[in-house]
Ligand binder design. Structure first.
Ligand code: CP
Ligand code: NVA
Length: 276
C-alpha cells in the first residue's frame, strides 16, 4: 500500500526516528542525494499563503534532482473548477508525488484517497506534520534526546500544536499545551504560534483579548530552565504571541527550525518516492 505523510498519527515511533536520522544524513551530506529523485516531478498545491513551506519544498525537490510544479488557487481552484477527486486523478497521470496545503484537512485526505501516488500534507487547519518533523529535528540537534525533556506549547491549540503534541507522544517527550506560568516552570522548550491562524482573520480582535496573557515575553521565559530554547514555526507576529527580546535572544532557534524544514522534507520525499 502506498504511504502518505498526512498526519503524525499515521507514522510509528520507529518511522519518525528513521525520518530524523535520514534528515541528519541529508543535512550533513546533501551532495549524496543530488540525483535521488532524478527524473521525477512533484506537484505542490497551495490554497493558502506560504514562505517557508513553498521555498523549502521547491528547493528540496530541485536538490533531489526532481522537478516541482507549483500550483496556486488562482491556477487550479482546487475543488471548485473541478472536484478534488478529478484533480488528483489527472495529477497522478503526470507527477510522482503531491504536496498540498489546504484549509480543510478533509481536502487533503480526500486527495490522498483518490490517488496512487504519495501525498504530503504541507499544512491544513488541523495539522502541520512537516513543521513538527523539522522542529523535532531541531530539538534533537540541541538536546540530543527527547526522553525526559519538557516541551511546553504556550498559546492557541492549533494545527501546529496538534502535530507537535502527536510527535511528542510518539518519541517519549513530556508535552504540555498550556496556560502560562505554572506549566512553563522547568521547561526545556517553549513553543508558540500566532493567535489567529490563516483562515481565522475575522476572529483576530477577539483572539487578541483571549490570548493576551499567553504572550511569551522575558518574564514568562524566565520561568523555564536557564538553557531552555524558544521555538516558533513562523511567521511570527512580534509583540503579540512573542516579544522581540525573546525571539531575538540567544535561546531562540527559530531560523534553525526554518532551515530544518528543507532537510526533513527531503527525507520525507525520499522515503515516500524513492522506490517508485
Ligand atoms: N512555518 C510555515 O509553515 O511557514 P509558511 O506558512 O511560510 O510556509
Ligand atoms: N498556525 C499557523 C501556522 C502557520 C505556519 C497557521 O495555520 O496560520
Amino acid at each position: 500500500m502506498k504511504k502518505d505523510f498526512l498526519s503524525i498519527a499515521d507514522w510509528s515511533s520507529d518511522e519518525l526516528f528513521e525520518l530524523i536520522d535520514l534528515s541528519k544524513k541529508i543535512k550533513k551530506n546533501p551532495e549524496d542525494y543530488r540525483r535521488a529523485l532524478h527524473g521525477k516531478s512533484v506537484a505542490t498545491i497551495f490554497e493558502k499563503q506560504s514562505l517557508r513551506t513553498h521555498v523549502t519544498f521547491d528547493v528540496g525537490i530541485f536538490q533531489l534532482g526532481a522537478h516541482p510544479v507549483y500550483l496556486t488557487q488562482a491556477d487550479i481552484s482546487l475543488g471548485k473548477r473541478e472536484s478534488v477527486y478529478d484533480t488528483g486523478k489527472n495529477l497522478e497521470r503526470w507527477v510522482d508525488g503531491i504536496v498540498v496545503r489546504t484549509y480543510a484537512h478533509k481536502t487533503c485526505t480526500d486527495l490522498a484517497k483518490a490517488v496512487k501516488i504519495p501525498v504530503i500534507n504541507a499544512l491544513t487547519d488541523f495539522e502541520h506534520p512537516c513543521q513538527a518533523l523539522g522542529d523535532f529535528l531541531t530539538v534533537h540537534e540541541k538536546m540530543w534526546s527527547f526522553s525526559g525533556k519538557k516541551f511546553v506549547f504556550v498559546g492557541d491549540g492549533n494545527n501546529v500544536c496538534n502535530s507537535l503534541m502527536l510527535f511528542g507522544s510518539k518519541v517519549g517527550m513530556n508535552f504540555v499545551a498550556c496556560t502560562p506560568e505554572e506549566a512553563v516552570k522547568q521547561a526545556d522548550v517553549i513553543y508558540t504560534d500566532v493567535w489567529a491562524s490563516m483562515g481565522q482573520e475575522a476572529e483576530k480582535e477577539q483572539r487578541m483579548k483571549i490570548f493576551k496573557s499567553y504572550q511569551v515575553n522575558k518574564k514568562l521565559f524566565y520561568l523555564a530552565k536557564s538553557d531552555a530554547i524558544f521555538m516558533h514555526c513562523l511567521p511570527a507576529h512580534r509583540g503579540e504571541e512573542v516579544t522581540d527580546e525573546v525571539i531575538d535572544s540567544k535561546n531562540s532557534v527559530v531560523f534553525d527550525e526554518a532551515e530544518n524544514r528543507l532537510h526533513t522534507q527531503k527525507a520525507v520525499m525520499l522515503t515516500l518516492m524513492k522506490e517508485r
